[in-house]
Design a protein around this ligand. Structure first.
Ligand code: HEM
Ligand SMILES: *[C@@H]1O[C@H](CO)[C@@H](O)[C@H](O)[C@H]1NC(C)=O
Ligand SMILES: *[C@@H]1O[C@H](CO)[C@@H](O)[C@H](O)[C@H]1NC(C)=O
Length: 447
């Protein structure tokens, strides 16, 4: 789907059952489409997944463009930004990742190949659960396993779920009916669990104290009630608890798949990995990394940015829906169509990026080695009015996780059991809409 524009042009349509799916390629056309002042393409699909999640409430990620979405997005965005720059985040990440990595080293000594997936899950869930609602887990905790299993189950079955929604007659087949029922139950359990965390905070929250997203959203709600803003109506607790679900779901898979790519690409390129380790050693040394350190670790930032460009975990962003007809350039998009912005066509546009299929962090470095990220064509977090609200937080998390992971293993390198340069870098075809590496093994090797 990402490659078809080369054959069929910047806007093409494929059909899933009766639903037209329009894919828009190229930076300028996506900008025109997703920034249009009439907001034609700013809807989101309604399907069994979003119905199960939202029930009768509204959230940020799956609610159509409109005043309710806008006011929820505003408070969610400000809560995310606050947390992303707080010094608490770096301490939290340092603590979580060093604990997980110690377990990883104990259970998988030097020279033993293993799949790092569960450790990545543990890091990401711990960090997101702490940021979102103040929970910390030990590696192997039952609740942590439950979260990992729920995400895995959901991911395995999304393909079938999406197909059933578009071709409803399939739901009559026992195989699909079963998958549908089980997966929606998993999703309901997961979202119920997360929403309960918000409800619990309502009991314990004390005014002025902000430890996590739940606190930040409760504060935002109280502020807007006091100021009697018209947006206050949307900030009811049912809706705010759904925003926590958004942050949890939107933040987890994206961050953990990106980390899987980072680890795989570091193992494939030992020399670059050692360059990162040396930079961390000289800039940060034994201290816990701080926000200031982020501005000095140019190569680490460039490596992470290049991973986001080269193996963007959201190659087609999230689905949009046309809320009304739209004329885009010479193409007509009909109300109700699903619309995707093809981010790969931007992040790997050969006109914007020389040799786009080559992995090269130096693209993000000036000639004197300084990191720059505002390069035209760098859009891993989407384009237009529904662009990701988690960008600052995701970049902070990815930086602090990567740094701590490397610091905790500094006598060694992460290596591929099959040797340097042997990584399979094709995304896993079984995962819909997100790009993840296929399952792989790495090991620690003495430097
Ligand atoms: C590497 C990590 C991440 C990537 C690559 C990423 C990418 C994206 C993309 C491409 C979109 C869709 C844009 C569109 O529909 O046009 C999106 C939406 C969203 N993201 Fe992220 N994201 C990441 C991490 C996060 C995190 C950590 C959070 C939570 C704090 C988050 C929260 C959201 C939300 C709530 C939306 C929906 C916004 C809306 O519909 O208005 N994301 N993200
Ligand atoms: C969420 O907020 C909107 C706007 O006030 C409201 O229409 C909707 O009913 C709310 N959701 C619930 C479950 O009350
Ligand atoms: C993987 O490593 C090999 C050998 O060093 C190199 O030729 C190749 O470019 C690397 N691939 C990526 C995507 O880094």
């Amino acid at each position: 789907m990402n490659e078809l524009h080369k054959t069929y042009g910047p806007v093409y349509t494929i059909w899933l059952g009766w639903t037209p799916i329009v894919v828009i390629s190229g930076m300028n056309l996506i900008k025109t489409a997703f920034n249009s002042k009439n907001n034609e393409l700013m809807g989101r699909p309604k399907n069994s997944i979003t119905e199960t999640l939202l029930q009768s409430g509204s959230d940020v990620a799956f609610t159509n463009h409109g005043p309710v979405w806008a006011s929820l997005r505003r408070v969610a965005h400000s809560a995310v930004r606050k947390l992303a720059i707080s010094e608490k985040l770096s301490d939290l990440v340092d603590d979580v990742v060093s604990e997980t990595t110690d377990t990883m080293i104990k259970t998988h000594p030097i020279g033993t190949p293993f799949n790092p997936k569960s450790f990545i899950y543990a890091n990401v869930f711990n960090i997101i659960a702490s940021s979102a609602f103040g929970k910390r887990y030990k590696f192997g905790d039952k609740e942590l396993k439950y979260l990992e299993q729920s995400f895995e189950d959901f991911r395995t079955n999304t393909n079938d779920l999406v197909i059933c929604d578009r071709i409803p007659v399939l739901k009559k087949l026992p195989k699909y009916a079963n998958i549908l029922r089980k997966t929606l139950q998993t999703l309901k359990g997961l979202s119920g669990f997360v929403r309960q965390q918000y409800m619990d905070h309502l009991e314990t929250h004390s005014s002025g104290v902000v430890n996590d997203f739940c606190d930040a959203l409760i504060e935002a709600k109280e502020e807007s009630i006091q100021e009697a803003k018209e947006s206050a109506a949307a900030l009811i607790d049912t809706n705010l608890s759904l925003v926590i679900v958004n942050i949890f779901i939107a933040g987890s898979d994206t961050t953990q798949y990106t980390l899987r790519w980072i680890l795989l690409l570091m193992a494939n390129n030992t020399e670059m990995q050692i360059q990162m380790r040396d930079e961390i050693e000289s800039v940060i040394g034994d201290r816990v990394a701080t926000n200031e350190d982020r501005n000095e670790c140019h190569f680490v930032n460039a490596f992470i940015a290049e991973v986001l460009r080269y193996r963007n975990v959201t190659p087609l962003g999230l689905p949009h829906v046309a809320m009304s007809d739209m004329q885009l350039d010479k193409y007509h998009i009909k109300e109700g169509a699903f619309v995707f912005g093809n981010l790969i066509s931007v992040n790997r546009d050969p006109i914007l990026w020389p040799n786009p299929e080559v992995f090269d962090p130096k693209r993000f470095l000036t000639s004197d080695g300084k990191f720059v990220s505002n390069i035209p064509g760098f859009h891993p977090f989407g384009i237009g009015r529904r662009v990701c609200i988690g960008e600052k937080l995701a970049l902070a998390d990815l930086f602090f996780i990567t740094v701590r992971l490397l610091k905790s293993t500094n006598e060694c390198v992460f290596a591929l059991p099959t040797g340097d340069g042997s990584a399979d870098l094709q995304p896993d075809p079984n995962i819909l809409l997100l790009s993840s590496p296929k399952p792989y093994e790495i090991m620690l090797k003495i430097r």
